[in-house]
Design a protein around this ligand. Structure first.
Ligand SMILES: [Zn+2]
Length: 465
């Protein structure tokens, strides 16, 4: 690093002195550079040629060589036809070597596209994250393998950083966000051993995840904070302040003529009701520490994730029990039980599937059908098989005493008993943590036995038809 500072610093100041690069207010951003990864920015070709010449001469003076084949030029703001025509005529050179024009380039690990179409980049990131997730499967991401809470931690430490690398500066389309969410939800299902058809609105909350979009917004808000905390002399801070002032002067006029990342951040801050505080921060009236900003952002993101999730559950018939049992976005009770009692994993998984609406149980009071076991015409199938069906009497008799000890009466089951069986702590009469775990395990055993029996009948009955 030291030798780069030594070599490159003189070059950067020469380029700045030439006045050929891009200038924001009084700030020159002609050559954003990290170590040997150098980028030249110019508004027109003759200026860029001068800058390339400065680089070449500097390399001759100091005895190093530019790899023209590793360098590339990107020209923005041209239509496809213009680009095609212009490319036939214009030539960029460093020394005598030609530098090619490209449609995309990877600068500091972030791929930049000429037409801002980032679908390919998102696909690449997802591909990488998928390979990592698959290699985690080798450790055991199947029922009985890696514990969901452990797998979840691995996913957030390994796959998420890969998938969202550089997302602080992304401008994403809805299509790209959908692609990310699809992978993210599938990962949640795999990690929790839930089948693909599990309801999408259920699978993130039960393992305590936020949406990929929310994570991107969280990262962007935190990144905004990092720029705000920089020294006034720092070029990135100066750009932020300059762009902010332009944005503010534009705000009463036509908002649409202002583009770019700073606008994206300011729009995001507005969305989270953080705009006022951010203005004070940029203007230097207040200072917010890293930890404080992180907790402000986390709270806002969590509140929004929570309220959007609750809205998504409204009207979902399959999740009508789910939404009364799972009331928070955090690893659910059953995953905690599994960590303490790994042996009940199969049963816990059955309860999770019932909870997340995997099985075809109608919960609509208007929907009646004939029970496959007792042949009665019934409503609300789940409650019928658990509490009423005479075909399940022998299973109920087995568990009635044990569950009765915890105040759970399965002979007279109602909605509250159903919620309790599926993990809602509110209804359990327990005196300590071990007692609670015992109760929930008994509940898992009962639910599993009933559902397995019901599935057998349901399947054989449907085969006959
Ligand atoms: Zn029945």
């Amino acid at each position: 690093m030291f030798q780069y500072t030594l070599f490159i610093d003189g070059l950067i100041s020469e380029i700045e002195k030439s006045g050929c690069g891009v200038v924001f207010g009084n700030t020159s951003i002609s050559s954003p550079t990290v170590a040997d990864d150098m980028c030249l920015l110019s508004l027109w070709k003759p200026n860029l040629d001068i800058m390339l010449n400065i680089c070449y001469n500097y390399s001759v003076t100091w005895g190093f060589e530019y790899g023209a084949s590793k360098s590339a030029v990107m020209v923005f703001n041209e239509s496809k036809q213009e680009r095609k025509r212009n490319r036939e005529e214009r030539v960029f050179k460093i020394g005598s070597d030609r530098v090619k024009e490209v449609d995309s380039y990877c600068h500091l690990g972030v791929v930049i596209q000429i037409d801002n179409n980032n679908t390919e980049r998102v696909e690449k990131h997802i591909g990488k994250a998928r390979r990592e997730l698959n290699s985690m499967s080798a450790i055991g991401m199947y029922p009985g393998g890696l514990d969901p809470t452990v797998a979840s931690r691995l996913y957030w430490r390994v796959c998420i950083p890969t998938m969202l690398y550089g997302s602080e500066v992304w401008t994403s389309t809805n299509k790209e966000i959908d692609m990310l969410e699809l992978f993210h939800r599938d990962a949640a299902k795999r990690i929790q051993w839930l089948p693909k058809q599990t309801n999408n609105n259920a699978v993130l909350a039960t393992i305590g995840w936020r949406h990929a979009k929310m994570e991107i917004e969280r990262k962007q808000l935190l990144f905004f904070g990092s720029i705000c905390r920089l020294n006034e002399q720092c070029v990135y801070k100066q750009i932020l302040v300059y762009r902010y002032k332009t944005f503010k002067s534009n705000i009463d006029g036509n908002d649409n003529c202002f583009f770019g990342l700073v606008k994206q951040y300011l729009t995001l801050l507005r969305k989270y009701n953080l705009y006022e505080i951010a203005c004070d921060w940029i203007e230097g009236n207040i200072n917010i520490s890293k930890g404080r900003w992180k907790s402000i952002v986390s709270e806002k993101i969590h509140d929004r994730e929570f309220s959007e999730w609750r809205v998504s559950l409204v009207g979902s018939e399959r999740l009508c029990i789910f939404k009364t049992v799972v009331k928070a976005i955090r690893p659910c009770t059953w995953w905690k039980i599994l960590r303490i009692r790994p042996r009940v994993r199969k049963k816990v998984l059955t309860v999770m599937k019932v909870l997340c609406g995997v099985y075809v149980f109608s919960n609509s009071p208007n929907n009646t059908q004939d029970c496959v076991m007792c042949t009665r015409n019934i409503q609300r199938t789940l409650k019928h098989v658990l509490f009423e069906c005479t075909g399940m009497n022998y299973i109920r008799d087995k568990y009635v005493c044990e569950l009765g000890k915890y105040g759970i009466d399965i002979k007279h089951g109602d909605d509250d008993v159903l919620r309790a069986l599926l993990g809602d702590d509110e209804f359990w009469e327990v005196y300590d943590e071990i007692n609670r775990v015992d109760g929930l395990c008994a509940s898992a055993n009962f639910v599993d036995e009933v559902i397995v029996r019901w599935n057998e009948c349901y399947t054989s009955c449907n085969e006959h038809i």
